[in-house]
Design a binder for this molecule. Structure first.
Ligand code: G4P
Length: 280
């Protein structure tokens, strides 16, 4: 679900996250593996600086695996714990409790030093809309938890879900807003479904995608649209793709809207292969 963020919403979302953080030992931040920086709110670092944090690079099944490896190294260099996950199929999910334990070792040691039996660790899932928070929660819970609207202010009573013996997870995630002051960040969010594509000019979004594909995945473009060469000029490239695919209007001219929609669909359905839109 994509929502509009107004300053009031943002302030409220921040307050709600801060409130949840008070009862939490470990934060599990979810980002989209295809756009690991664009799919996080920069404020998260400040908000959660006092908590151990595990970053999940989710939707890894859609991302470029070579780049995902580089992103893992990128975050590890910054001293984050990081896991690559495909929540839809459940890949990587079983490693989460172990990582959470590793992260919370100082806390567990503190309990033991006081002669207390360590209690279950309390974790919170946090991220912008559509990165897969509910899917991860459902996977960890091993059942379907009702999803609330991605809307600050829409609250339901929160409950702890037991994940094994040593971890408890809040059944409602913390939701932060996407930040897209930079236009390219907005294009990446629109292409991956974090924000509605209508927020951005659709043609411009596709031009951004074509430029990315031309630079980083030229062979995929050639293969998918049966092109021998890729035109320098993006309008010409759109022309070539539209012509090849028969997206034409009367008179044999290329229908740019239909061509752009087809490219967008191909990208979303993974027909252009595993593609990441951001490099470390
Ligand atoms: P949210 O709570 O963070 O808002 O995200 P949610 O779990 O609802 O997931 C958003 C969409 O992403 C869902 O698709 C979900 O199935 C998909 N998704 C989650 N994790 C993965 C993953 O690892 N791989 C892939 N390929 N997809 C994943 P949806 O319900 O069809 O929504 P939409 O895609 O139509 O927006």
């Amino acid at each position: 679900m994509t929502i509009q963020w107004y300053p009031g919403h943002m302030a409220k979302a921040k307050r709600e996250v801060q409130e949840k953080l008070k009862i939490i030992d470990v934060v599990i931040e979810i980002v989209d593996a295809r756009i690991p920086l664009s799919s996080r709110n920069p404020m998260i670092d400040d908000l959660t600086s006092h908590k151990p944090r595990l970053i999940l690079l989710n939707k890894a099944d859609l991302a470029d695996s070579q780049l995902t490896k580089q992103w893992v190294q990128y975050f590890e260099k910054k001293n984050f714990a990081v896991l690559t996950v495909d929540a839809q199929l459940g890949k990587g999910i079983k490693d989460i409790p172990m990582k959470v334990r590793e992260l919370a070792k100082p806390l567990l040691d503190k309990f033991r030093a006081k002669g207390m039996n360590p209690r279950a660790l309390r974790a919170l899932i946090l991220g912008i809309p559509n990165v897969g928070k509910s899917t991860v929660i459902n996977r960890l819970a091993n059942k379907k938890i009702t999803k609330i609207g991605d809307r600050p202010g829409v609250t339901k009573s929160q409950q702890w879900i037991k994940v094994g013996k040593e971890m408890e997870l809040l059944d409602t995630p913390g939701i932060l807003w996407p930040k897209f002051e930079d236009q390219d960040v907005g294009f990446r969010l629109a292409l991956t479904g974090a924000i509605k594509e209508e927020i951005f000019d659709f043609q411009e979004t596709i031009v951004f995608l074509l430029n990315e594909l031309k630079t980083s995945y030229p062979e995929r473009l050639k293969e998918r649209y049966h092109l021998e060469t890729l035109a320098e000029d993006i309008t010409e490239l759109l022309d070539d793709i539209g012509t090849r695919r028969g997206c034409l209007v009367a008179g044999g001219l290329v229908d740019y809207d239909r061509t752009a929609e087809m490219i967008f669909r191909d990208f979303r359905q993974g027909k252009l292969g595993h593609i990441s839109l951001e490099r470390p």
